[in-house]
Design a protein around this ligand. Structure first.
Ligand SMILES: Cc1cc2nc3c(=O)[nH]c(=O)nc-3n(C[C@H](O)[C@H](O)[C@H](O)COP(=O)(O)OP(=O)(O)OC[C@H]3O[C@@H](n4cnc5c(N)ncnc54)[C@H](O)[C@@H]3O)c2cc1C
Length: 540
């Protein structure tokens, strides 16, 4: 295999597909490499399939790297699943499609910490350029972009009642658009899905891209970046045809995600020197790669309700599949979440520090480690997930071995900072107060989970380590900054190496206050702009 291009984009996930398309639009030759396969399968394209394939191991294996964390001391030594998309579109092909930009202050904080070019005003054009919002363009929202964004439809009466009750109890407003003027309040969930189709970055940016200078290669596991006298000159890959090197005449950009990008840097000699030497890897640059790993956590609370709908049954699934085939307008064509809240705990600073996910299913232990817990309970219920959006705990990503096919050691150090536990307990107590409020209490027959065995804060605190689970929003392992411990600079260039950048969720200095896919896609757009490859005008 002897290939070359101006740019190699390593990893075709949420950020990588966007960056590859934008670079190719300049006329440069681009090779986009992806370890996984094609995404032309209903499992990816039909939004509701997420409710099925995440619970069927054989299907999951086709699309997912299937990682787990190291035993988490703060969570009873549980090994918590960390799915990551291994398919065109990356994690954006297997995710819940909840579309949240985050609080504008998140980006202003990045800029204030020295990341010039990343304030809200700086990143807003990238968000607007990517989207096609159902209400049309405003100064804050985009239309005509490759990713269709719509509101969830046909909310269950239980979710509507919860929204009223949360607004009244938490003292917030019901808002129309949390990606618009204000990101504080309770609102109908937005999704990057429309007309029965998931709008991942692959579907939005790569389907029918029509650019002969953009080569998309699937089934290509990148094993290392080739670095010659301080400059990245290409990558080594393994495909079914064997091993080979692909040369980059201008730059290599790693978009392999929060675990893949730091792993590739370390395999290439860029990372903590002592750790690399332990694995027999020659050190090219001693950087704090793999530090600063952090993630959102939530705790599911399930309430059996007279106003909830009966989900999780076979007729419900089959009915959805049939209706979707006929009308493209059923729950199978949408995200499973119905509403989101952004509210302040008593410890909050100047932005909401709790996100509330509202799921119209009885799902007392979503995403957890013990297989028995994956089961959806069949009773009509609402599952509310109070979510820690600004965790203080910080962990690491390290190599398990110098073998590129070995899974890395993922240690987010969940719940090691006591403030994180405090915040989640505040969230659980808030939900109990909401559910006890006059607006909704008479619709509730049972708190199924955590339930009456955990009547107070002390009991919840003892049980929390058994129940807190990842929202799968890990970020931060190739941190952007201007200090000595930063991995990339604000132009996303790896410090000390020429011709090498990182552009994906790993560059976030601190996590955004909401689901991380829209920010990861924005990072792809923003990187293109920083490389002079995205138009200044929105959606041209
Ligand atoms: C199950 C799940 C549900 C989620 N739900 C939501 C949600 O509803 N809303 C939301 O906003 N966020 C959600 N997220 C998070 C969100 O999807 C991610 O934050 C986002 O997709 C990260 O984008 P990325 O570009 O950084 O990485 P990814 O999208 O993960 O892309 C990385 C790509 O690089 C490839 N790659 C890695 N290593 C190599 C290698 N060595 N060689 C070749 N290719 C490689 C991978 O296969 C992958 O395609 C969810 C995530 C998961 C896993």
């Amino acid at each position: 295999m002897e290939q070359r291009a101006d740019y190699i984009v390593a990893g075709a996930g949420s950020a990588g597909c966007i960056l590859a398309r934008r670079l190719a639009q300049t006329g440069a030759t681009v090779i986009l490499l992806e370890a996984g396969g094609q995404d032309r399968t209903r499992l990816v394209r039909q939004p509701g399939m997420i409710a099925i394939f995440h619970n069927v191991p054989a299907l999951k294996k086709r699309l997912d790297w299937g990682y787990y964390t190291a035993p988490q001391a703060g969570a009873l030594d549980r090994r918590i699943p960390q799915p990551r998309g291994r398919v065109l579109g990356g994690s954006g092909s297997i995710n819940g499609m909840v579309f949240v930009r985050g609080n504008r202050k998140n980006y202003d904080d990045w800029a204030a910490a020295g990341c010039t070019g990343w304030s809200h005003a700086d990143v807003l054009p990238s968000f607007r350029r990517m989207e096609d919002w159902e209400d049309g363009a405003t100064a804050l929202r985009g239309s005509g972009g490759p990713v269709k964004v719509t509101r969830q439809k046909d909310l269950t009466p239980a979710s509507l009642a919860f929204m009223e009750a949360l607004a009244a109890t938490a003292g917030v407003k019901k808002i129309d658009d949390y990606n618009g003027e204000s990101a504080e309040g309770v609102a109908v969930c937005q999704q990057n899905a429309s007309g029965g189709l998931r709008y991942s970055s692959s579907i939005g940016y790569l389907d029918q891209h029509g650019l002969p200078n953009l080569t998309v290669t699937t089934g290509a596991l990148i094993t290392r970046v080739v670095i010659d006298q301080g400059r990245a000159t290409g990558v080594e890959v393994v495909t079914t045809q064997g091993r080979g090197t692909i040369r980059a005449d201008r730059e290599v950009i790693l978009c392999a995600g929060v675990y893949g990008s730091p792993q590739l840097l370390m395999l290439s000699g860029i990372g903590p020197a002592g750790h690399l030497r332990q694995h027999g890897i020659t050190v090219v640059a001693d950087l704090a790669v793999g530090d600063n790993l952090h993630d959102h956590l939530f705790v599911p609370m399930t309430y059996c309700m007279t106003s909830a709908r009966n989900r999780g049954t076979t007729p419900y699934f089959v009915g959805g599949i049939v209706k979707e085939a006929v009308s493209h307008d059923s729950w199978m064509g949408r995200t499973v979440f119905e509403a989101l809240g952004f509210v302040r705990s008593s410890q909050a600073g100047d932005v909401p520090d709790l996100q509330i996910h509202v799921l119209p299913w009885s799902y007392p232990f979503p995403n957890q480690d013990a297989p028995v817990r994956h089961k959806v309970d069949k009773r009509p219920a609402l599952t509310i997930m109070p979510t820690l959006i600004y965790p203080k705990s910080r962990g690491t990503l390290r190599l398990a071995s110098a073998d590129p096919s070995a899974a890395p050691v993922i240690d987010p150090a969940y719940l090691t900072d006591p403030d994180d536990t405090r915040l989640l307990l505040d969230g659980m107590e808030l939900i109990r107060a909401v559910m006890a409020s006059k607006i909704i209490a008479d619709q509730i027959s049972l708190e199924l989970s955590p339930g009456p065995r955990y009547p107070d804060r002390a009991a919840l605190a003892a049980e929390l380590p058994n129940r807190a689970t990842s929202v799968y929003h890990a970020v931060g392992t190739c941190r952007m900054g201007i200090d000595e411990r930063a991995v990339v600079d604000p132009a996303l260039r790896v410090r000390g190496i020429d011709g090498l950048r990182v552009a994906d969720a790993s560059i976030m200095p601190s996590i955004t206050g909401g689901n991380t896919n829209a920010p990861a896609m924005m990072i792809g757009e923003r990187c293109a702009r920083l490389m002079g490859a995205a138009p200044a005008a929105v959606n041209s």
